[in-house]
Design a protein around this ligand. Sequence first.
Ligand code: NAG
Ligand code: NAG
Length: 342
Amino acid sequence: MKFTAIAAAALIQLVNAASLVEVLTTAKESTLLSLVGTEPEILKALATFKGTVFAPTDAALAATVAAGFNATDLAALANVLSYHIAPGAGFSGANFTGAAFLTTSQGNEVKAFGSAEGVQIQSGFGTPLANVVSTLPFDGGFVHIVDQTLIPPANIVEVAKAAGLNSLLSALTSAGLAETVSKLSGVTILAPTDAAFAAVADVVKTLTPDQLKTVLLSHVVPGTVHSIDIVAAKSLPSVATSAAGSNLKVSYDGTDVLISGGANTTPAKVAIADVFADKVLVHVIDAVLIPDFKAIAAAPVSATAAKTATATATAVASATPKSGAMQIVGAASALVASFLLL
Ligand SMILES: *[C@@H]1O[C@H](CO)[C@@H](O)[C@H](O)[C@H]1NC(C)=O
Ligand SMILES: *[C@@H]1O[C@H](CO)[C@@H](O)[C@H](O)[C@H]1NC(C)=O
């Protein structure tokens, strides 16, 4: 159990040293308190850190290791630790209702939900929601103690498999887009369920390979469009339809978010919003989006369009300033691992 306390300490050491003592004293985390200052370089590096830190409880970290996480793999550990640090304006969580997205040093987002019951944190698909069990403010922001380790999202293909989006995966393979999609970054994918594909199976059978590509690329939107932004949007430019000057149409009926391609008779409803895959945001929808092929014929698209969108999105992502927090995550990981070996 000792090393898990150390893991939390490594995370908490990412905060301002002066405040840290107060924070840990308040939390009565005596194991952590005894470790304050053991890594002066880490403390120095992040003396000016501003933002939000999520610190899993000892029990949460122990459960993660028990579930098979190889904590001696320093790269994997650094990846997980950096997913717990969100530089920027600190997220207090106080009296928070609704949803907020925080970009972590790992590069992916977490989603915070607030309700009367408190704040929960959603991480990679398949990871249980974490409850914020206590919040410790410090000079530069907030440490939230969470009862689950936050696990970074897996690749979109793995997420689609885990989410049972089998028809989508096989359609992507048929259209020769599986490889392209597995490398997408900085995009939003509207992912129809298997039932949605089954409902249009007769139509899909009649499509040429290029038409199938167009249908599938109608489901890819450049940029990260969160549920809360979709509700506000009236239209979304998909990779396939925007080239033809015809965007996806979006509406909100007070209950559901409805999305339509150019030729849907009944719009698709968003069934599961904000599913995190690695650098890809997924919204599961209950119908396949059918584009207006006549409009698109004037501006045909191909996988090249998707590649261009990806390149643009990746360029935007890599232009985002890197946080100084990342520099010390390696050191924090080594600290955690050294105690693992005791
Ligand atoms: C855990 O990670 C270490 C370091 O990368 C590696 O040497 C070891 O084989 C891994 N253990 C397992 C069970 O995969
Ligand atoms: C949260 O709500 C309580 C009760 O309404 C109030 O006293 C408190 O000031 C609020 N806290 C913040 C940070 O807004």
